[in-house]
Write a protein that binds this ligand. Sequence first.
Ligand code: ATP
Ligand code: MG
Length: 357
Amino acid sequence: MTGPAGRTARSATGRRGTRNRTGRAAEPVRPVPEPVPAPAPELAPESDGDALARTIAMVNDKGGVGKTSIVANLAGQFAAAGYRCLLVDLNRQANLADDLGFRDGPADDHGAGLLLSLVGGTPLRPVEGVRPGLDVVPGGARLVDLVPLMVSRVQERGREAFRALAEVLAPVAGDYDLVFVDCPPETTILTDLALTAARWVLMPTKSDGGGLVGMRLVGERFALARELNPQLGLLGAVLFATGSRSRVVHAEVREAVARAFGGHSPLFTTTIRHAERTAQDARRLGKLAHELEQEVAAQPAWWAALRAGQKENGGRRLSPTAASVAGDYRDLGVELLTLLREAEERAAARPEQEATS
Ligand SMILES: Nc1ncnc2c1ncn2[C@@H]1O[C@H](COP(=O)(O)OP(=O)(O)OP(=O)(O)O)[C@@H](O)[C@H]1O
Ligand SMILES: [Mg+2]
């Protein structure tokens, strides 16, 4: 992904080469590392001044449909391409810490900081540099208290309580080009929190019944969230871990999105292929698909390794499918940026059209 290579680093608010509000010096644009190329449309340098304008919630009420895998890989690839990205993990199980390889390390506060910010209003302090250009607000076991706390807040204050995430995220979101919120399954109250903070929903699904039912529930929460957050839009649904390029399967998923979201049925053209061994390599090693792709390329031929008696990765060879999976994520990233840019251009054109009509 080319990202903002070739231009001065800018945040979503169009700042250039200054210190950001956390006091970090804005980094010069890194050269695009190989092999993370792929053309990416640049996001427009100016946004509408809303810090949360590029906040994307990964939501599906059903578990295991690829929310965490997709969000980790997208953010990882965007960061490698020069975009500044923030990942917020609302999950107790915190698989993001596995996928990015920081579980139980010094960066891992198991969700304590996020909990404190959400319930105590203390400033959010993302863990910086989990990858170059990628900061994370970790989730984890400490978030176990968040649901009951939110329940009592909603009883006290009504639905306004769902603004909590938006309020703590807004002061830091301007430091980033893209912000992703990874949502837990089957936790309506945290989904509501994310949907009130986000501008966009990205919804992975499998083609089976469960993922599609989970999608319907998101449709209901989406409609409710728009009462508090009228700018919320559906970026699209992504078919995950599929072996099928079947038009019938795609049409079924498209129909399910249309039913869940009242007639709008954006389904990403890109799908993420089923690749169990690569998924296992990724979580076991804490590496993203494009990082595995580089390691696969550097791996000696199997016969050479055998002859040398090498026992890299505990004697396990990395699956070469990583390269194809990384390619899927690159295509998805390009498609996402294209949609985002088009949506922003449409939004920017609207006031002009209204003024001339
Ligand atoms: N391309 C792939 N093909 C098959 N399985 C995959 C692929 N990528 C990831 N997986 C595996 O699929 C499982 C579910 O993925 P993931 O954790 O991303 O889903 P999720 O929607 O975030 O789940 P949850 O709702 O429980 O948080 C994981 O075990 C992951 O390792
Ligand atoms: Mg997950």
